[in-house]
Ligand binder design. Structure first.
Ligand code: ADP
Ligand code: MG
Ligand code: MG
Length: 884
């Protein structure tokens, strides 16, 4: 079995066998770049190690001997040579990079004799002993598992004793003393001595790398990331080059493009007279790579040329490690570089322009979620470094903001309106009554509730950052104080909220605003060319819709009409309507609301410029609009000019045990058709008004909570009758459709029948998931996290579609629906409509559109394109299978 490949024998496509680091070192060698000589022990040797009772097998041992002999011959250095000793590094590298694996050991081959030879050879005793103490620390840590900190402490102590500022101040005698102390530590901490024989050092290091593949941390990581545990790791043995050989030497790391902005310009840092990880370890402040152009111009140009060629070869931005030894450049590592979302988008677009990758490849390279991240404001990194996280909760709505805290919607609104403050609403939880305070808040924080709580849903809809269910936050309404992890805060105090990761900070932090830039527009344009899935926005107000259009929405997939009733003067009319005892009493408030709604619809239609707009009729339980506690009831009674006792009785009469399963959705239409009739008149009336002005609108009217054909048929007739009456009255006509939400399992099971009376379907995944699983989405917070932690649920089904259960119902509904009506448009308008993983599934079952909050529109567009590309690839594979 061939267990060893010299660097000249491999290439970048051999990751599985040589690991990522080995394959890339081989590739750079093959391309003729200056890589210190060496070889890779394969992942198969690692597997053989485990098959051989955790011992390196004889075959591998023999091949290591031979490879060392060959290397010695080639570079003219030998282990233990009294004139020119061979020193190597031992570097682990698996096919998939993993934290928790063994670190690299440098300077193997040094011992009490060769350190002196090295000192004489280079005429640099300090360098020789500096290398030796590094070997002792790394070897002790990796092979004997003595904590790194123990060695660092010795170094620190010596520096303190002599009052040194930097490692560079250490003298030869200091370093010798450190070496002696390190050797003592081997004895006291591990009961071992440092092996003087280089071959023994080498084999112990290889052994440690193989062992580290199965250490606890690595196993846990593999399990969590679904990485096979029998892959094994490779080991690279490479001749040392020395960045710590003097002031004409150094070590550095560089990216071929700026990893923060994507700018096509070398970006990196280096340190003179330093070795290995010194740059990243922050031992001294490194120099920016651009200064190398002045100090060592030839070397800089050589490096820049290599960087360009590597990009050309790998067709992506590279992260490079290099070392300079006495003015000569050596390449030590290349890999695809990590980057920010902004950089990812810019680099992908630039690489297409440069002809290195295709459009589809560019689309596949960008993580859709990261596109979302580009659009939200973020805290300034430098400022963030000065702050510590005070508490954290669920990242309910992304974005970052600072503001002064208030505990009630009224006080928040007053501070905002009268004092012109930037405010943050901090509450135990929110309800529709808080909406005014929510609208003007920079961010929303609650101590209770989950990702689909009222606060979370509303905040996402408005694009306002929110962190909900914050552990360690208590809000005391009575005394008007909040406690965050022990610290007391009063109204008016500043906090900063990061809804992207759920973190909360005390005090003010500056944010950087971000928006759709040219590169992102390009990506969205390409996405559209790739996919025919419609991406619409959930938008309740003209402001939401305008935002969504800026983000490229194809129209509105869901307007929740109830959200239009949250403005104070409307809430009042709505309440008047709800507490009314008969149709007669409902007339006046209905007339008022009709005027306001027609205005809203008019605005939305006007903005649409003919794009599709889908409006859902009233959905929530009416009780949600009513005041609950005594104080509120008194206040509302005053506003309505009625007896508080009467109001209290009405509130009580409308109370339901299970409101989410109660009197809501189209059930309201069956009992009080006049409310839906009013909404229909407002919708069609607005469209007719625009028709007068020459804008042709085809309103899509959506009925929530349908459970059966008979029910849909009944409600549809109510709608159609109103429309026809209005047409007759106005003497004008237009096209319109009446479709249904699919959110009750029974509707999915009977979708063929429901389709007979529906012009379109739109899955409401929140309710459908709630009803399929029997999970109350307002109460999942108390047990769902445990389910996920214990692996009973793979993910929150309200965030990513449950393919096996809810997905199966959806698939059935699509098939049955299209069986009855082949061209039936079918959408998804729940929270999940903007989730990339779910979109992949929706594409597979031929959903025709998704609708999501405005900020998710770009994410969904890219995700839809990716889903389409991947699915077509799969089809290609299948077609080929059939052909062969
Ligand atoms: P990691 O995977 O943690 O980056 P590496 O194997 O890349 O570990 O090595 C750690 C550091 O040591 C890097 O800065 C690398 O460039 C440097 N290094 C590794 N091998 C050699 C060598 N043969 N000569 C000089 N420096 C080396
Ligand atoms: Mg490295
Ligand atoms: Mg619903």
């Amino acid at each position: 079995m061939k267990y060893i490949y010299r660097f000249e024998e491999g290439n970048k496509d051999m990751r599985r066998l040589l690991g990522g680091k080995g394959a890339n070192l081989a590739q750079m060698t093959t391309l003729g770049f200056p890589v210190p000589d060496g070889f890779t022990i394969t992942t198969e040797a690692c597997q053989a190690f485990y098959d051989n009772n955790n011992q390196i097998n004889d075959d591998t041992l023999t091949q290591i001997e031979a490879a060392i002999a060959q290397l010695s011959e080639k570079v003219g250095k030998q282990f233990n040579s009294p004139t020119n000793p061979l020193l190597v590094s031992v570097r682990s590298g698996a096919a998939i990079s993993m934290p928790g694996m063994m670190d690299t050991i440098l300077n193997i081959g040094l011992n009490d004799q060769t350190v002196e030879v090295l000192a004489n050879m280079t005429d640099n005793r300090r360098f020789a002993y500096d290398s030796y103490r590094r070997l002792l620390a790394m070897f002790g840590n990796v092979v004997y598992e003595i904590p790194e900190g123990v060695f660092d402490q010795v170094l620190e102590d010596v520096k303190t004793t002599h009052n040194y500022q930097s490692d560079l101040d250490l003298t030869v005698s200091d370093l010798k003393e450190i070496v002696d102390q390190f050797k003592d530590l081997y004895v006291s901490k591990a009961g071992k001595v440092f092996p003087q024989d280089p071959k023994e050092q080498l084999l112990a290091a290889v052994n440690a790398v193989f062992e580290s593949w199965n250490n606890h941390r690595a196993q846990v990581y593999r399990r969590e990331n679904h990485i096979a545990s029998d892959l094994g790791t490779a080991v690279n043995i490479q001749m040392m080059v020395f960045g710590n050989a003097g002031e004409d030497s150094g070590t550095g790391v560089a990216f071929t493009r700026n990893p923060a902005t994507g700018e096509n310009k070398l970006f990196g840092e280096y340190l003179l007279n330093a070795q290995g990880e010194d740059v990243v370890a922050g031992i001294r402040t490194p120099q920016p790579i651009s200064t190398l152009a002045d100090t060592m111009p030839d070397l800089y140009n050589e490096f820049a040329a290599i960087a360009k060629k590597l990009e050309f070869y790998y067709r992506d931005m590279q992260d490079l490690e290099f070392t300079i030894e006495h003015g000569t450049l050596y390449m030590l590592q290349a890999r695809d570089g990590k980057r920010t979302p902004t950089a990812a988008v810019k680099i992908a677009v630039d690489l297409v322009d440069e002809g290195l990758i295709s459009q589809t490849e560019a689309l596949l390279r960008i993580n859709p979620d990261s596109v979302g991240a580009i659009l939200y404001p973020e805290f300034d990194e430098a400022e963030l470094d000065q702050n510590t996280v005070a508490a954290s909760g669920l990242p309910a709505s992304p974005g970052a903001a600072s503001g002064q805290i208030y505990f009630t919607a009224e006080s928040a609104k007053a501070a905002h309106d009268d004092l012109e403050q930037q405010v943050i609403l901090v509450r135990q939880d929110t309800s529709p009554e808080d909406i005014e305070g929510m609208v003007i808040s920079e961010a929303i924080v609650t101590s209770r509730g989950g990702m689909t709580s009222h606060a979370a849903v509303v905040a996402r809809g408005m694009g306002t950052p929110a962190t909900v269910g914050v552990n360690g936050l208590q809000v005391d309404y009575q005394n008007r104080v909040a406690t965050i992890s022990g610290e007391q805060l009063n109204e008016g105090d500043w906090i900063s909220v990061d809804g992207t990761n759920g973190n909360i900070y005390i005090g003010q932090i500056m944010t950087n605003d971000t928006k759709v830039n040219d590169n992102l527009s390009t990506i969205l344009e390409w996405s559209k060319q790739e996919s025919d899935m419609g991406v619409y926005a959930n938008a309740d107000t003209p402001a939401d819709f305008a935002q969504a259009l800026k983000f490229g929405a194809d129209g509105i997939g869901l307007t929740r009409t109830e959200h239009m009733f949250f403005k104070p003067e409307r809430l009042l009319e709505m309440r008047r309507l709800i507490i009314a005892e008969d149709a007669k009493e409902r007339e006046a408030p209905l007339a008022e609301l009709a005027k306001m709604q027609q205005g809203d619809f008019y605005e939305l239609f006007r903005l649409s410029e003919g794009r599709s707009v889908t409006i859902r009729l009233l959905d929530p339980p009416l009780h949600e609009f009513l005041p609950h506690d005594e104080k509120e009831i008194q206040k509302v009674a005053d506003q309505l000019n009625i007896d508080p006792n009467y109001l209290a009785r009405r509130v009580d009469a409308l109370k339901e045990i299970n409101p989410m399963l109660g009197h809501r959705g189209d059930r309201l239409a069956v009992t009080f058709p006049d409310i839906y009739e009013m909404q229909v008149r407002a919708i069609i009336g607005a469209a007719l008004d625009l028709l007068d002005q020459g804008l042709i609108i085809e309103p899509h009217i959506m009925i929530p909570l349908t459970g059966s054909k008979a029910e849909m048929k009944w409600v549809r007739e109510v709608v159609v009758n109103q429309v026809e009456q209005l047409f007759a009255k106005k003497g004008a006509k237009l096209e319109y459709t009446v479709g249904t939400m699919m959110e009750i399992p029974r509707a999915c099971l009977t979708a063929d029948k429901v389709a007979e009376v529906s012009d379109f379907f739109s899955f409401g995944t929140n309710d459908l998931t709630q009803l399929t699983y029997g999970f109350s989405r307002d109460d999942v917070g108390s047990f769902m996290p445990e389910y996920i932690k214990k692996g009973i649920l793979p993910a929150d089904p309200f965030q990513t579609v449950d393919v096996d259960g809810v997905g199966e119902l959806m698939k059935m509904a699509v098939e049955k629906g299209r069986f009855a009506k082949p061209n039936l448009p079918i959408g998804v308008c729940g929270e999940i409509g903007g989730d990339p993983k779910s979109i992949e599934f929706f594409e597979a079952i031929h959903v025709s559109y998704v609708s999501c909050s405005p900020y998710r529109v770009p994410v969904a567009k890219l995700a839809a394109a990716q889903a389409h590309i991947k699915l077509n690839k799969k089809k290609d594979v299948m077609a080929n299978l059939v052909k062969n």
